[in-house]
Every structure is written in structure tokens, then in C-alpha cells.
Design a binder for this molecule. Structure first.
Ligand code: SF4
Length: 216
């Protein structure tokens, strides 16, 4: 089967398996999503969702958070890893939002990645969810699934992103990023992928390796 046909089938199966491909982070507006995404580095979405109701209750806008005392923000998010750096970044990013963008989150990649705490992965999450802009969101789950499906051999996240951007049609890049991520969590886990129940098994070269006892 040629690559384009295989990718199309993979995308369709994943979309059917995960029709609701929204982020698991709870947010009400652009400011909240950008803060949640920045907080989610090196921790789980569930942990972020536990901390943010109090964070947004006390500092509901970029202007409020820009004026917050760092020690107080640290206290509210202390259950998350790297809470000192994250508190510092949240306050600095909020100041930038207020001073440069009138309190709104910008949509340009360069502007987003200039915000403290926001890298390319986070920027693509924000762009995709808020404005449905094309972009490939590369995290550990996504990279692993794409390598096992032999859509890329790269391990560097930026190289994975660039290769997948060439393979996946723009209008489906956000959908594919999210559904492949969910697939990695549900079936294609790092240590013990559940190939027996995997809906992509027929299209997966690593599944064939596995049945012939070669390592994935
Ligand atoms: S068949 Fe196995 S290795 Fe391939 S995508 Fe499914 S779970 Fe992952």
C-alpha cells in the first residue's frame, strides 16, 4: 500500500476511535488555555486541572496574574513540578500579554513561542484548539506512535514535527496530532503496546515485527 493511502486510512481509523479530540485540560478562554498548557509541562493534565480552578479564581485575567506576587502563585501551583519556574513564567507571560497584545493571546507561532513557558509543542496546542490552525503537536506519545507506524524515523521533536507536517494534510494536522496522542495513551503504550486490540494493527509495520518476534 502506498504511503498516502496508508496515512489516510490511519487518520480515518484514529478519528473514528477518538471522535472527540479536544484537550483534556479544562479552560474557558484563550488566557486560561495558554496558562494550562504552560503548566502542563512535565506533569499530567489531571494535576493541572486540580490546580487551575483556584489559580483562575484568584487571578482571572492576564492583568490580574501580571500583578500577582510570585510566592502566592507558587503556593497555588505547588503540587505541579517546577512550580517556582512555572509561577515566574506565568507572571512574565501575563505581563507580555497585557503590554504587547492588549490581554489577548497572539496566534503567530513566533509571538507565542516568545512567551515564557511556551515552546513549539505548547504553541501548536494553543493554535490548534483556539483557531484550528495547522500544526503537529509532538510529545512523547505522538513521537512513539509515529515511529512505530514508520511515518518517521526521527527522534528529535522538531524533526518529527517537520516530517509529519509534510505528510499530513494541513486541515487534518490538529486532528491527527490529538488522535495519535490518545492512541499512544490507550493502545500504543511505551512498554507494553496492546497490539492485539489495536485498531491500527493491520496498518502497522511494528505489529508485523512483533508477531515475528522482532523487537518493535
Ligand atoms: S499495532 Fe502495536 S505497535 Fe502498532 S500502533 Fe498498534 S499498539 Fe502500536
Amino acid at each position: 500500500m502506498d504511503m498516502d493511502k496508508r496515512i489516510l486510512q490511519i487518520m480515518d481509523i484514529l478519528k473514528k476511535e477518538f471522535p472527540n479530540f479536544q484537550t483534556l485540560l479544562n479552560y474557558k478562554n484563550d488566557f486560561e488555555l495558554s496558562a494550562c498548557v504552560a503548566l502542563s509541562a512535565q506533569t499530567t493534565d489531571a494535576s493541572v486541572n486540580k490546580a487551575t480552578p483556584e489559580l483562575f479564581r484568584r487571578w482571572p485575567t492576564p492583568a490580574a496574574l501580571a500583578a500577582a506576587r510570585q510566592s502566592e502563585v507558587e503556593e497555588v501551583i505547588h503540587s505541579l513540578g517546577f512550580f517556582r519556574q512555572k509561577a515566574k513564567n506565568l507572571i512574565a507571560a501575563s505581563r507580555m500579554l497585557v503590554e504587547k497584545y492588549g490581554g489577548k493571546v497572539p496566534w503567530e507561532m513566533d509571538e507565542l513561542t516568545a512567551l515564557p513557558g511556551i515552546g513549539r509543542k505548547s504553541a501548536n496546542v494553543i493554535r490548534g484548539h483556539l483557531w484550528n490552525l495547522p500544526g503537529i503537536i509532538v510529545d512523547t506519545h505522538f513521537g512513539r506512535v509515529c515511529r512505530r507506524l514508520e511515518l518517521t524515523a526521527q527522534t528529535d521533536p522538531v524533526k518529527v514535527e517537520m516530517e509529519l507536517m509534510r505528510l499530513i494534510p494541513e486541515e487534518r494536522q490538529h486532528e491527527f496530532s490529538m488522535t495519535a496522542n490518545f492512541h499512544g495513551r490507550k493502545y500504543c503504550m511505551s512498554r507494553k503496546p496492546n497490539c492485539a486490540d489495536c485498531p491500527l494493527a493491520e496498518l502497522c509495520p511494528s505489529r508485523i515485527h512483533r508477531t515475528s518476534k522482532k523487537p518493535i
